[in-house]
Design a protein around this ligand. Structure first.
Ligand SMILES: Nc1ncnc2c1ncn2[C@@H]1O[C@H](COP(=O)(O)OP(=O)(O)OP(=O)(O)O)[C@@H](O)[C@H]1O
Ligand SMILES: [Mg+2]
Length: 492
């Protein structure tokens, strides 16, 4: 029972209930007004018709009364003539008026019209050439607005002609209720009107129910979305306002869902990063600790073994330093809210600088380092520190992948409004599968894993820095023949 009340209360508060209430109230008001106007106009039509058909009545009666009136308005002859007329048509009231409209002869209800006066203007309105019907007059005896017929008439010794006035609807006028009971036209009109109103009401309720049903569907979808059902979508249907709203909701839901997916993916990557990092830090640390422990325990180790242990310790320390450096770069690149530095610098100088730093490493690996760029190369606009890292990472990979006797070439040349930089090696190359994977964080090729060096972060950092500069790292490789890694920067 309480539930039922709750439901009724909910429905009465709904948009549907409000629309229906306003609509039905409007419809009721409109139909009552229309019915009132129709019935009163209908009645007016009856009076107009009555006046129009009997407009000449007073003229005809004036001809009959002319002779008796010669003896005076109140003469027995005049009264006899009037009585004869009224016996034929009892619905008519007959009066004789002087030129000012004063009642001088009353043949309707004697005595009721003492000192009565009729406005002459109203009489003249009806006597005009094309009177606007119905012309109503306040009847001398009944004091009601009535239709009438009037004719000018001369009587007695009066200098100016007076009027013979015939009030036509002297009988009681019918009430609206009586008309309903007795007039078939009124009744038919009323029944047709009522049917039309009921039909319009029912159609309206149905239409509003259909309209608000789409709103309810939309609301239900939004509510389900709000509690976490992000797959909610609405069939937009027609291209009206609700259709637009549904489409906008679908777009919004798709955006939020995509952002949530991106957040989840980010979260997954972060967890993976932490797991990989702890592993990458632990391995060299364990090894470093092992060698240091051995050095501490045995102080009579042969000099050669001591040197080998110290070299291993240094190599592991290098690996940790390298990892820490990659991580700090990664943190800088990942900080998307931090705007990129825009430096204007000479790429040729930067290339010479970095290649210079790699010379000892290349010399040791017996790899030839070649710079292939014109000194007239235009300056570029980019984040100097990050581009430095890009070149260092690419060179590091190229030198590491190139066997003794090979060459690593760093080329740069201007194309249109950009400068393209490429690091080309004659190293071991990458297979097609590896090419698609090398830019993922922590991915290392099987060959480099055997080597033990590297964290698998270098190319992912290069890729992200390129993306943040609005360019793309382009990798081409032939296994056994070499690799070309290229990107471009805008000329300042
Ligand atoms: N020019 C290249 N030729 C052949 N293999 C390459 C080349 N560049 C990168 N690789 C391989 O692709 C993988 C990913 O390289 P990336 O630079 O991302 O990681 P890394 O070199 O292992 O570690 P890091 O650069 O972080 O020290 C590595 O296994 C690397 O050996
Ligand atoms: Mg690398």
């Amino acid at each position: 029972m309480r539930r039922a009340w709750q439901r009724i209360a909910n429905v009465s508060r709904s948009l549907y209930a409000r629309i229906v209430f306003v609509y039905l109230a409007g419809l009721l008001l409109l139909s009552v007004t229309a019915a009132w106007v129709a019935v009163s106009q209908f009645e007016q039509l009856g009076r107009e018709w009555q006046q129009r058909t009997q407009i000449d009545l007073a003229d005809n009666l004036a001809q009959i009364m002319r002779e008796p009136l010669g003896a005076g308005p109140d003469s027995p002859a005049a009264h006899r003539a009037a009585e004869r007329i009224l016996s034929i048509n009892p619905a008519v009231s007959l009066y004789l008026l002087d030129a000012e409209g004063r009642v001088v002869g009353n043949y309707a209800e004697p005595g009721c019209s003492a000192n009565a006066r009729v406005p002459v203007g109203t009489l003249e309105d009806l006597l005009a050439d094309e009177p606007m019907l119905p012309v109503l007059l306040n009847a001398p005896c009944s004091h009601r607005d009535s239709v009438f017929s009037v004719a000018p008439v001369r009587f007695g010794a009066a200098a100016r002609p007076g009027y013979l006035l015939a009030v036509l609807d002297a009988g009681a006028r019918m009430s609206m209720f009586a008309m309903l009971r007795t007039s078939s036209i009124t009744r038919t009109l009323l029944i047709a009107g009522t049917l039309a109103v009921v039909l319009a009401g029912a159609l309206g309720l149905l239409l509003f129910a259909l309209l608000t049903r789409r709103f309810r569907k939309l609301t239900a979808a939004v509510e389900r979305f709000a509690v976490g059902d992000y797959g909610q979508r609405i069939a937009p249907g027609r291209a009206d306002e609700i259709g637009h709203l549904s489409r906008a909701f679908n777009d919004m839901a798709a955006t939020i869902e995509a952002q949530l997916d991106a957040l989840r993916e980010n979260d997954r990557q972060r967890r993976e990063l932490v797991a990989n990092l702890s592993h990458d830090f632990r391995t060299p640390l364990t090894s470093l600790r092992g060698y240091a422990e051995q050095l501490r325990k045995a102080d009579n180790l042969p000099a050669e073994t001591r040197q080998a242990h110290l070299a291993a310790i240094l190599a592991n320390a290098d690996r940790l330093t390298r990892l820490a450096r990659q991580l700090s770069t990664l943190a800088r690149v990942d900080a998307f809210e931090r705007p990129l530095g825009v430096d204007t610098f000479s790429l040729a100088e930067l290339i010479h600088d970095i290649v210079g730093k790699f010379r000892p490493q290349a010399l040791e690996a017996r790899v030839e380092l070649v710079i292939d760029c014109a000194p007239t190369l235009p300056a570029v606009a980019a984040d100097l520190a990050l581009i430095d890292r890009v070149l260092a990472n690419l060179l590091d990979n190229a030198v590491a992948a190139t066997p003794a006797g090979g060459t690593v070439r760093v080329c740069a040349h201007a194309t249109g409004s950009r400068v393209e930089v490429a690091v080309v090696d004659t190293g071991i190359g990458l297979s097609a599968d590896e090419l698609t994977l090398v830019t993922q964080r922590f991915y290392r090729t099987p060959a480099s894993r055997r080597n033990g060096e590297g964290s698998g972060l270098g190319l992912s950092i290069v890729d992200e820095i390129c993306a943040r500069h609005g360019t793309r790292l382009r990798l081409q490789s032939t296994p056994g023949a070499g690799t070309r890694a290229a990107f471009d920067l805008p000329i300042a």
